[in-house]
Design a protein around this ligand. Structure first.
Ligand code: FES
Ligand SMILES: [Fe+2]
Length: 432
């Protein structure tokens, strides 16, 4: 990729010594450039769900690494992902985050593009001469675009693993998301929740499968939840946070299973169930059972994948219908955009649980995430060549897994070590 040529060669391998990682992985702009070219330039990046663009002409904006994109549905209903950069002088063609259009018209000199990116009209066309490469001046389509159960993925690389291989067991997060919709469809909720944090994107991925930190970093929020009189009315996740922290809880956390795939994705099973009994036979259960049978409804509603990490572009909470897109903007600036979806065919009281999950654990104004943001920014402030961070917790403590998926105790930092293994692979050669 051309970014490589402009970059002095930072040597990523020298930044990882076993389970210790040098602070330059967060603080060095040259490392960030290399990540954009080789990691975000090759991985499958999730952009959203097709329910966000229900009919032709609907679009939303996204990012694949450095590249701003328009995700749209053309007149035939085909999903297209094209660069949001005018083929004339390069500004963004679309500025509004979502919308519905017949064509894309650049605001600068009105070059006009079809929904699939083809250039269809140029004012004063004759002035561009006979050699004007009409067919080549469209909005560039990304080389690979695909969907899985309505979720839209794109890659800047023309070759690489197929999506199924890339996802591995992480596919369960998307299955769990969709299985919960009795009508097998979602409705996008607008607008998403968005915030920026002055920290490197990796700090987020290194935190969200860390189930030990809540009892320390979120102690004040936990105390507030614990002081709630009617705990049965708490959101299922907050009910867990309301449980008294202590050595017993740490032991229980250790018994949980953390799973990591070969491409750096991970999730923890069984966490939310710790404080919540078997799912009751309520109207939602009946709605799912009517479509899929009682056994399947029970299996779906008792599935417990807590915060799945889709490395390097998103975190997913399928149980509460949340997809959080993580967008690196600079080595020390990251944007998070959280989408909540309504499950089609589910009773009205299901959707508020997803919203509440977002407000209480995903909004920068929430009593929970504010602690994480503080930690990310403190970490970023200290990051540099003289800092080595340790990801040694649970080193060597693995459980029997498979070729594709490593298993570790819930409290292990193995998922961070796995992330850096994959990170090194990408940064060395684009993981080809
Ligand atoms: S820059 Fe877009 S039309 Fe000129
Ligand atoms: Fe946290």
């Amino acid at each position: 990729m051309q970014h490589d040529d402009r970059t002095r060669a930072p040597e990523p391998d020298k930044l990882i010594e076993g389970a210790r990682i040098n602070g330059r992985v967060y603080s060095d702009p040259a490392i960030f450039e290399l990540e954009m070219a080789r990691l975000f330039g090759h991985a499958w990046i999730v952009l959203g769900h097709e329910s966000q663009i229900p009919t032709p002409g609907c679009y939303f904006l996204g990012r694949v690494g450095r590249v701003p994109v328009i995700v749209t549905r053309d007149d035939e209903g085909v999903i297209r992902v094209v660069e949001n950069r005018c083929a004339h002088r390069g500004p963004a063609v679309c500025a509004k985050r979502t919308g519905k259009v017949r064509r894309f018209v650049c605001p600068y000199h009105a070059w006009t593009y079809e929904l699939d990116g083809r250039l269809v009209s140029v004012p004063l066309r004759e002035e561009y001469g006979d050699s004007f490469a009409w067919a080549e001046r469209g909005l560039r389509a990304l080389p690979r675009v695909t969907t899985y159960r309505g979720f839209i993925f794109a890659s800047l690389a023309a070759d690489g693993p197929e999506l199924a291989e890339f996802l591995g067991e992480e596919v369960q997060a998307f299955d769990d998301f969709m299985d919960r919709a009795p009508d097998d469809a979602l409705e996008a909720v607008e607008p998403p929740l968005r915030y920026r944090v002055r920290a490197n994107w990796k700090t987020i991925f290194e935190n969200l499968n860390d189930i030990l930190h809540p009892m320390f970093a979120h102690a004040s929020a936990m105390a507030a939840f614990a002081a709630t009189e009617d705990k049965e009315r708490l959101h299922p996740l907050m009910k867990l946070l309301a449980a008294a922290p202590g050595p017993q809880l740490m032991k229980t956390f250790k018994q949980l299973d953390a799973r990591m795939t070969t491409w750096g994705h991970s999730f923890i099973t069984g966490l939310v169930s710790l404080a919540n009994k078997e799912y009751p036979r309520d109207a939602y259960f009946e709605a799912l059972a009517a479509r899929r049978g009682e056994g399947e409804a029970r299996r779906i509603l008792n599935t417990d994948m807590h915060v799945s990490l889709l490395y390097p572009s998103a975190t997913i909470n399928s149980r509460f219908q949340t997809l959080r897109l993580v967008r690196p903007l600079a080595h020390d600036l990251t944007e998070v955009q959280a989408h909540v979806y309504r499950l089609k065919g589910a009773p009205d009281d299901v959707y508020p649980l997803a919203l509440e999950y977002n407000y209480t654990s995903g909004s920068p104004a929430s009593p929970v995430i504010v602690d994480d943001l503080e930690i990310y920014e403190r970490l970023q402030a200290e990051a540099g060549a003289s800092m080595w961070m340790s990801a040694e917790r649970g080193l060597g403590d693995l459980r029997p897994g498979t070729n594709e998926t490593r298993h570790a105790p819930g409290t292990s930092e193995e998922y961070i070590r796995q992330q850096y293994e994959v990170w090194g692979r990408y940064l060395r050669d684009g993981a080809r």
